[in-house]
Design a protein. Sequence first.
Length: 264
Amino acid sequence: MGDLGRTLREAREQAGLSLTGMAKRTGYSRGYIGNVETGVRAVTPDVIRKYENVLGEDLKRRQLLLGTISALAAGAEPDTAASIANDISGGRTGMLTGVQTSHATDRAVASLVARNSPSIASLAKWSRSGKALLRVNAAGILAKVRSPTVDNEAISVIQADGEARELYLTAVLHRVLGLDWDASADLAASSAPLSPEQIQPLKAELSNPNDSGARYCSVLLLSRNQGAEPHVTEALLSALRSEVSRENLRAIGAALAGINPLKI
């Protein structure tokens, strides 16, 4: 049985639901649900979304997030991205409300909606309202459109929205440092300085051309060591020369001045 299927089964059982009861509530057959939970069939984002709709807070959300990210990274991005992009173009939040999407999926969706002004407008609206997952997912896609103007919109959300910011920081730490989700969440919520081993990959992330949100998060994280680590200052100065987003430039300038970028 796969770990994610086991998590789904445990969450269902803790909620006191039988396979038949879950099948009725999700619209899947009892056999299909059973095969998903035992690993015979793959766990898809749609299955996870329907389990979340039924179980709500009984679901082990963090494990599901990690499992979904792994599933998407294993090769489901194109179909998933197309489905998400279609939902966005139709004004539907769809899967953006169910799980936190992966970096790869966000990039794929961004490439599909980048020239669609109504889709960008919908994402901008969703990034400022609704569930935290919807807000962070919308901001995450906007941050990968590779437009300085749209970048500013995404970064403004990450700066002002504490819940979305912690989710974004967690995802960046999970991807860049290779930490598990819980360890990434703990580090995101902490204000402790980073270790030398953590600093190096985050310095490289300052020049990531595909994710302005990750660049912003890297500035926030590296600012913890600003003043104590000269090479952090050097990295921030280098980023200052190449950054194209106004909001990121403001954050870098604050960090270099010894000011918490969240305070500007």
